[in-house]
Design a binder for this molecule. Sequence first.
Ligand SMILES: *[C@@H]1O[C@H](CO)[C@@H](O)[C@H](O)[C@H]1NC(C)=O
Ligand SMILES: *[C@@H]1O[C@H](CO)[C@@H](O)[C@H](O)[C@H]1NC(C)=O
Length: 330
Amino acid sequence: MAFFPSWVCVLVGSFSASLAGISNLSDIEPPLWKESPGQLGDYRVENSMYIINPWVYLERMGMYKIILNQTARYFAKFAPENEQNILWGLPLQYGWQYRTGRLADPTRRTNCGYESGDHMCISVDSWWADLNYFLSSLPFLAAVDSGIMGISSDQVRLLPPPKNERKFCYDVSSCRSSFPETMNKWNAFYQYLQSPFSKFDDLLKYLWAAHTSTLADNIKSFEDRYDYYSKAEAHFERNWVLAVDHLAAVLFPTTLIISYKFQKGMPPRILLNTDVAPFISDFTAFQNVVLVLLNMLGNVDKSIGYLCTEKSNVYRGHSESSSGSYGNNS
Ligand SMILES: *[C@@H]1O[C@H](CO)[C@@H](O)[C@H](O)[C@H]1NC(C)=O
Ligand SMILES: *[C@@H]1O[C@H](CO)[C@@H](O)[C@H](O)[C@H]1NC(C)=O
């Protein structure tokens, strides 16, 4: 059906890189960004290896913070303050998962991730946390592997969760052997990034190719998690995966300001079975509309052949022309 993608275009086209309403970029950073490790030396070292526990909110966020820091120089030509770094989408999405309770134990058998318990804990039973594991560890390890971090590939190890150890990989070599194609795609992104001739649109192509490949490798492993959620939330999770394919197809530019604005449309808490969009009273109109669109997406044929080439070109043209300033229209 041609009809859904056109809505994606409308939605995507409604964002701009304008700073309207944002007085300071540090106000739109993800939760606890400042408190997160910003360099490898902030982590524990054992036998000259950096040890990272990605099942603790700050330590996982630190991987993003380090990637953003180490790649900043390659995005400086597009805008100041690392604003056009397209890796911002990942930590912002992860921060949204944290803020909305999605990293907590959905079975409630433990207090992992709850305010009243261990609120920095990331639950291995959380569907969101499991997929985000690969969307943080693989880009991080590939950055190490591609030499951007200035350390050798065997100098970082991630710690396993308390159970289901075999579902994950923990260092460059094991992630390479479990997910060779995906790791190659992340590496290709970093290789291209280091080219002095890198173009914004092409960077997005490499990034989205790696992102969708990461999800495709891992979605099946965590299907059992859907049962831990309300039907409404599980439905949203499945639709979200489809939505990501659409965002990838239009090369949605996951820069800081645009990711932030997009996120305002995401559900601000875990969905309940009594939630019926567009009538969820504690959601904004934007959040209700996004949920309606996602539900429609789940119901239509997943054909993303054509897509709004013209609109997205206009849109991307904008993001390039705004380099040097944050754009001036909204
Ligand atoms: C933005 O906020 C940060 C921390 O809140 C502060 O250190 C910085 O000076 C602010 N920048 C501007 C331009 O207001
Ligand atoms: C990267 O991190 C270093 C050390 O923490 C800091 O001095 C520098 O300003 C950071 N650069 C960017 C672009 O964030």
